[in-house]
Design a protein around this ligand. Sequence first.
Ligand code: SF4
Length: 377
Amino acid sequence: MIKRTEAYDLINLSQIELANFLREVNTIRSEAWGNIITYSRKVFIPLTNMCRDQCRYCTFVQTPDSGKARYMTPDAVLRTALQGQNAGCKEALFSLGERPELRYRLAKDLLRQQGYDNTIDYLHDMAELVLNRTLLVPHINAGALSYQELKRLRPVAGSMGMMIESLTDHLMKKGQAHHGCPDKTPQRRLETLRSAGKLNIPFTTGLLIGIGETWQQRIDSLFAINDLYLEYGHIQEVIIQNFRAKAGTPMADYPEPTLHDMMLTLAAARSILHPDISLQAPPNLEQSHQKYLEAGINDWGGISPVTRDFINPERAWPQISQLAEKCRYLGYELSERLTVYPAYLQHKEKYLEPKIATRLASLSSDKGQAAVQCHIA
Ligand code: SF4
């Protein structure tokens, strides 16, 4: 594993040194993951698009005065999940804004119409609905959560996730990406990761790069994630996502990270994180799939054959069959995985509720990947 000071210096690598470094991270990836590149076939369930935070790059969120703010009804949740199931999905990704009822009257009213007074209780019951009425396994991505909230949600989800994005206090200041976002403080993000560790929840986290953090702060965030993995063993994957400037947001004119920056960060992550942590970059955010593979990733994350990417709606998912073809051309095999990685399936008593473990067992091959591989988008 690379030392922190060496990682700080990666930003100064010459072209030749970078080529050597990429060869090193490829060796790390190959030894841990072979030539298998995975993805999860999932259906997105954007339970609410309201949020009490106001990240300056976000296009997912809607305020009540937009006329587009809403919660999905139980019928809509079930209909969407079944649509995914019929398209071969194994995972239902619940993705939502954070605690909108603490900010908006409309959110309170819509929750009350469904018989709830807070989003987490509603989320719990909607995940349970999917678990009981479909063959899918919920993955919950609900932002910063307390120990008690994570504990409540654990029985209805195979895995959970929360991007730490950046552990940089500076981003909370006026004019910065996370100003006015009480859920984006580094302390809250780290505490969520730690609580998930104490509860043995297979967990996804990651960085959003290029939102105002320095290279050194990026490296520190990766070391902080790895330290928590070494303490608890629960972080199954880390996503490196590149900021995209989106029209209509306060950061519409902010410079985007370059492909070189993305590759260097991916390679740094591969060399800092324990090799058993899956390293992921989303395939719909950059056409240079080959470059991401060169930088050491082993996973493309969730790809939906039925729902668009609600966080980056302007970026279409690649056809899964085309991605499989591209991987094969580059010497890799695309393999469909489940929301819980094989290493965690092997220790189901520690990491999974019995009902979830049974469901996952019915969906998995003896190697822990998806039993029925579906490579048609
Ligand atoms: S917390 Fe998530 S949904 Fe809320 S504003 Fe930030 S990026 Fe958007």
